[in-house]
Design a protein around this ligand. Structure first.
Ligand SMILES: Cc1cc2nc3c(=O)[nH]c(=O)nc-3n(C[C@H](O)[C@H](O)[C@H](O)COP(=O)(O)O)c2cc1C
Length: 133
């Protein structure tokens, strides 16, 4: 499995990850669940009205963390907005429950892909494994 696929699969299996952004000098963190591999990129989804979206517009740097079965993943990098309609459609098709709140053509739905990622898998027993994509 390619590195980015391994990261995607871990996020899928863990179901929930915690996404941290910065607002000035204040860290912000919240639970997230969306993840999609599309055209070789790893995307997440949010709403442009949310504070998280505004924080990323001002400063795209983020870190996320997920934990499952004694293993944890941290991914640091930048989250880049992508207004392509086809990715939004694919994201909503993968997460049909979002369709009650979002559509590919509203002004709110936002998908962002991870750029300059450094992903590290850790556990208490094994040496950390770092993947860049
Ligand atoms: C398990 C879980 C998964 C979530 N996944 C997402 C997600 O993928 N995208 C999203 O925008 N909000 C998601 N949320 C909701 C956000 O955590 C919530 O809107 C949060 O307030 C956004 O952060 P902000 O208030 O700093 O903008 C999820 C909430 C939970 C409990």
């Amino acid at each position: 499995m390619e590195g980015i696929e391994k990261v995607y699969q871990f996020l899928e299996d863990a179901q929930t990850y915690y996404l941290a952004t910065v607002e000035g000098d204040q860290p912000r963190v919240r639970p997230f669940g969306t993840a999609l591999l599309y055209d070789g990129r790893l995307y997440i989804q949010t709403g442009k009205v949310k504070p998280v979206s505004k924080q990323l517009a001002a400063n795209p740097k983020f870190e996320l963390c997920a934990f499952m079965n004694g293993k944890w993943l941290r991914v640091a990098g930048e989250l880049i907005n992508d207004d392509s309609r086809d990715v939004k459609v694919a994201m909503l098709d993968k997460n049909p429950s979002l369709k009650s709140m979002y559509s590919a053509d509203d002004d709110n739905t936002q998908v962002l892909y991870i750029k300059n990622a450094e992903a590290t898998f850790s556990s208490f027993t094994d040496a950390p494994e770092t993947i860049k994509f």
